[in-house]
Design a binder for this molecule. Structure first.
Ligand SMILES: Nc1ncnc2c1ncn2[C@@H]1O[C@H](COP(=O)(O)OP(=O)(O)OP(=O)(O)O)[C@@H](O)[C@H]1O
Length: 212
């Protein structure tokens, strides 16, 4: 179970979260809906360790982390970025192994082994040497997910996973998220699409309508 308590986040004088609380059970899909600028992306970025947290208590399973004006550094959440953000001049395999090798000091051979396994799970065998421009939207989405899975995250966070996709691909992303539940991963999906949220989520959270 992930439990966030008393999360506070400001940008300058602008309060984005004030004593915000959130609980999500393991292996569930939480959809975060909310107005543009409500703080959905910021919440994911804070959990991924990409944005500083002013104050929060974050518990996962048996561990609790008290955070005071710091980054959350636990590699708990793998981030699937909006518009995928794959490195354009790197192959699919290189996109997967770069960060584990350089940021986490994982041996190259080990990273390749792991990437190969994840590419199998996500039906991407044969695309190892392909560059992102030659992938379809759905394939890019799966490569972005594969890259997020490289850190063995307990949680996968998706930022607007359907915004760049047509309705058929949107259904594929929904299927992928449902499929991922089989691996036991908890998933947090930021979206502005209530229909998509209803389709995939065990729990829907509406963030900050008051800041509109
Ligand atoms: N680095 C930053 N510095 C200052 N303000 C920021 C920064 N990042 C985000 N904000 C502000 O924080 C608020 C929340 O932004 P965020 O991107 O989390 O919203 P969102 O709900 O994801 O919106 P959208 O659906 O448009 O992506 C916005 O008002 C935004 O302008």
């Amino acid at each position: 179970m992930l439990e966030i308590k008393n999360l506070t986040k400001k940008f300058g004088e602008k309060v984005i979260f004030d004593q915000f609380n959130l609980t999500i059970e393991n292996n569930q899909v939480l959809a975060i809906l909310g107005p543009s600028g409500g703080g959905k992306t910021t919440l994911l970025r804070m959990l991924a360790g990409l944005e500083k947290i002013d104050h929060a208590s974050i518990s996962f399973n048996d561990q609790t982390f008290e955070i005071e004006n710091d980054f959350f550094k636990e590699d708990l959440l793998g981030f699937v970025f909006q518009d995928f953000q794959l490195f354009p001049h790197k192959t699919v395999l290189e996109n997967l192994i770069l960060s584990p090798i350089y940021s986490q000091n994982i041996a190259k051979e080990k990273a390749i082994q792991k990437a190969t396994k994840i590419l199998q799970q996500l039906d991407l065998v044969g695309f190892e040497k392909t560059y992102p421009y030659a992938l379809s939207g759905g394939q890019k989405q799966r490569v972005a997910l594969a890259r997020a899975m490289m850190i063995d995250p307990e949680i996968i966070g998706y930022d607007e996973p359907t915004s760049a996709l047509d309705s058929e691909l949107r259904d594929q992303v929904a299927a992928l998220i449902m499929e991922n539940k089989k691996f036991g991963t908890t998933q947090i999906v930021v979206t502005h699409d209530p229909v998509f949220a209803e389709k995939i989520a065990d729990q829907i959270l509406k963030v900050n309508p008051k800041t509109l």
